[in-house]
Design a protein around this ligand. Sequence first.
Ligand code: ADP
Ligand code: MG
Ligand code: MG
Length: 247
Amino acid sequence: LPLLEVKNLNVSINNNEILKDFNLTINPGEIHAIMGPNGSGKSTFSKVLAGHPAYSVLNGDIFFKGSSILELEPEQRSHLGIFLAFQYPIEIPGVSNEDFLRLAYNSKQKFYNKPEVDPIEFLSIMNEKLQLVNMSPIFLSRNVNEGFSGGEKKRNEILQMILLDSELAILDETDSGLDIDALKTISAGINNFMTSSKSILLITHYQRLLDYIKPTYVHVMQNGQIIKTGSANLAIELEKKGYEWLN
Ligand code: ADP
Ligand code: MG
Ligand code: MG
């Protein structure tokens, strides 16, 4: 059974049709990279998967673990195992990272009728996860993303993804603006997260991320559609020749 199946999806925002007969199937254990020029609809696709309310699905369907998720709220999709890391992580003044992460964790526990964890139990869970992304426990006491550097925000996202143990992680330009050390740390965190039952959808402009996270497939998006699919080598070819070469 595919983890994600997107069939003939047409999506609009403000009466602009952005995705046009978009199709994509992701099986457990696969890493898919989506590349493509600015404005091709990559972020739109990721937000539609997460259930962003601004987008209208005009036609088609999205199946996750075999069931349509179109009618589900973003929170329900998240509980089912879809994780979206935003291109621009938000700051939440006055809320500590620790409280934020514990709320997210307990909300998922509740959804599956599992016991909520108390702050002390939670800290012991977190200590193990923090090491996977090379983050200091000090981050837990700081407000969500407030004053975090670009690299710290991205590591914080990977931390959330690992904590929630989602099956489908969607990372939209998680590599943008990172220096090489942060890129390596984040890639290691992502590779640690990956198992044969999970999948990752990586949206990126740059081939360099794919030096660290080896994609099963690389797709090129243009004008709201996937116009080409290939192996990891396609990303290397794109780096050399640019997107124009495909037209
Ligand atoms: P990408 O992530 O590939 O750069 P996006 O999904 O962000 O592309 O954008 C795809 C297209 O959707 C662009 O042409 C953009 O202008 C348009 N778009 C995005 N948000 C809106 C909006 N709120 N209203 C109208 N058009 C939008
Ligand atoms: Mg863009
Ligand atoms: Mg984008």
